[in-house]
Design a protein around this ligand. Structure first.
Ligand code: FES
Length: 146
């Protein structure tokens, strides 16, 4: 009888140790995965460039012309050598904004932005995100740093 109590106690202690070691191993595994993923992202570029040839976007050949170059980036030609690129996602709650040739409107809550992406009406308090655009007349391309 005494021997059975000892075995039961010994069994419970060993079981508790096994559970503790298992939990520690799982936690360590998660930590290792987290460290590995942070190392991967450390080497990812924080920005990328997109180069477009203006011959592929006829709407950009004239001043005031515009074109969507990705699902959510619009390029607008301001002058013969000046272009702007704006993200067409509303800074308020990330709805797609609409460009009407004179400015942007957000259909979700009514924010408005001028044709340079500057907020003119809330609830958004931020401007549309803009990207640096470099025009090369030599090869008729735009480089957009996104
Ligand atoms: S998401 Fe555009 S105004 Fe709210």
């Amino acid at each position: 009888m005494e021997n059975n109590k000892f075995n039961r106690r010994d069994f419970l202690i060993k079981g508790a140790k096994t559970i503790a070691i298992g939990a520690l191993a799982l936690s360590s595994f998660d930590i290792l995965k987290l460290v590995a993923s942070s190392k991967d992202s450390e080497y990812e570029p924080c920005s990328a460039s997109k180069v477009i040839n203006l011959s592929e976007f006829p709407s950009l050949l004239n001043n005031g012309g515009y074109a969507m170059i990705t699902n959510n980036v619009i390029v607008i030609r301001k002058s013969s050598s000046k272009f702007i690129a704006l993200k067409t996602i509303c800074p308020h709650k990330e709805c797609d904004v609409d460009y009407n040739g004179d400015g942007f409107e957000c259909p979700c809550h009514g924010s408005a932005f001028d044709k340079n992406g500057i907020v003119t009406e809330g609830p958004s308090v931020k401007n549309l995100k803009s990207y640096k655009v470099t025009y090369s007349s030599d090869d008729n391309t735009l480089t957009i740093n996104m």
